[in-house]
Write a protein that binds this ligand. Structure first.
Ligand code: UTP
Length: 293
């Protein structure tokens, strides 16, 4: 079965839920302690065996490109100051993967953003890592868990998680049944984006990661705008699931939504509590703060 070597990271959204932070800075560049969110995502892709990455950007997102580029002036300064370790880290960021960029000229939705990757993807299956969903912890990188299931079943795979049923109308809802003899792996038969109460299929939603066959592109080309007037990837995956079948994997890591103020805070606290340079000081600080409430 084909190994997944290509990944697409859509990062062209407007980030209206985290304004004003995202007014002139991409939400995908928001730091989680000392690394921008999108670096965690690229690292996950690389650890999953991905070699080529296409980041979908838009106006005002050039800092994403700068982050994964060399910075000769900074590097010379670091070398002159004998900060070899930091220098090595900075150079390594630009060498993690073969990263390319394409601009989505209008923010017409996640489905439209993925369609912008058609030429890059060609006729191979590929992973999609949503640019504002950072997934940490777990047994293996979430993208790798999905790629393994793709290699086993040969059909599209979505990363799924249960969400509180009262919140399901903010997400998509999927119809699923367990795959025989497998833990956390399901057959997906149907899905609906931002369901009304009567449309809810289950409390499971697609969150952050999918692996898709190239057959998704002709479907996307024929997908009309859906919820919110955007071309929804869910609407195209629904057709894919019905025509070719799709799997769902409840990945083991925890997802942090960097497009949401509370998600950003959760990610920062969790990473800080594990960070070798700040964890001890931060734990003490948190205890002091907690004692005040
Ligand atoms: P979201 O729907 O969470 O992003 O899309 P958004 O549109 O920026 O969010 P709000 O509602 O305005 O706060 C998930 C991912 O898809 C990208 C986003 O950048 C995000 O990483 N995306 C979304 C695109 O690349 N293009 C789009 O047209 C929409």
């Amino acid at each position: 079965m084909t190994k997944i070597k290509k990944a697409v990271i859509p990062a062209a959204g407007l980030g209206t839920r985290v304004l004003p932070a995202s007014k002139s800075m991409p939400k995908e560049m928001l730091p989680i302690v000392d690394k921008p969110a999108i670096q965690y995502i690229v690292e996950e892709a690389v650890k999953s065996g991905i070699e080529d990455i296409l980041i979908i950007t838009s106006r005002g997102k050039t800092t994403v490109e700068d982050h994964f580029d060399r910075n000769p002036e900074l590097e010379a300064k670091l070398l002159a100051a004998k900060k070899q370790e930091v220098y090595d880290q900075m150079v390594a960021i630009s060498q993690m993967a073969n990263i390319q960029y394409v601009r989505q000229k209008e923010t017409k939705g996640l489905g439209h953003a993925v369609l912008c990757a058609k030429a890059f993807v060609g006729k191979e299956p590929f992973a999609v890592l949503y640019g504002d969903d950072v997934i940490l912890g777990g047994n293996r990188p979430a993208c790798k868990e999905l790629c393994d299931v793709y290699e086993q079943y040969g059909i599209g795979v979505a990363g799924i998680k249960p969400v509180p049923i009262e919140d399901i109308s903010k997400y998509c809802s999927v119809a699923l049944h367990p795959a025989e003899g497998q833990d956390h792996i399901y057959h997906l038969t149907d899905m609906v984006e931002k369901p009304s109460l009567s449309e809810v299929l289950s409390n499971y939603s697609i969150l952050g990661r999918v692996v898709l066959p190239p057959e998704i592109f002709p479907i996307l080309e024929n997908t009309a705008p859906g919820a919110g007037g955007e071309i929804q990837l869910t609407d195209a995956m629904k057709v894919l699931a019905r025509e070719y079948g799709m799997m769902g994997v409840e990945y083991s890591g925890t997802r942090y939504d960097m497009g949401n103020k509370f998600g950003i805070l959760q990610a920062i606290v969790e990473v800080a509590l594990e960070h070798p340079q700040v964890k001890d000081q931060f734990k003490e600080y948190l205890k002091q703060v907690a004692a005040r409430f």
